[in-house]
Write a protein that binds this ligand. Structure first.
Ligand SMILES: [Zn+2]
Length: 67
């Protein structure tokens, strides 16, 4: 299982397994999915986060405050 950075429509970031077809609880919408945002604890449109575009705050959430 490889976890990758995921971002939701509200800007939360968290690690999740994005392997296609791996989750039966998400709805596939091309590059986006509707699923459970673990960071904000809500259902949201999720997409694969582009690590180069993360804000410093988002990086801190993913990697810890030293990132
Ligand atoms: Zn969220």
């Amino acid at each position: 299982m490889t976890e990758t950075p995921i971002t939701c429509g509200k800007g939360h970031v968290f690690w999740a397994n994005w392997t296609p077809g791996a989750s039966v609880t998400s709805i596939r919408l091309g590059p986006r999915r509707i699923g459970w945002c673990k960071a904000g604890r809500h259902v949201a449109v999720l997409r694969h986060a582009d690590e180069r575009k993360l804000t410093p705050q988002q990086r801190a959430e993913l990697y810890g405050s030293d990132a």
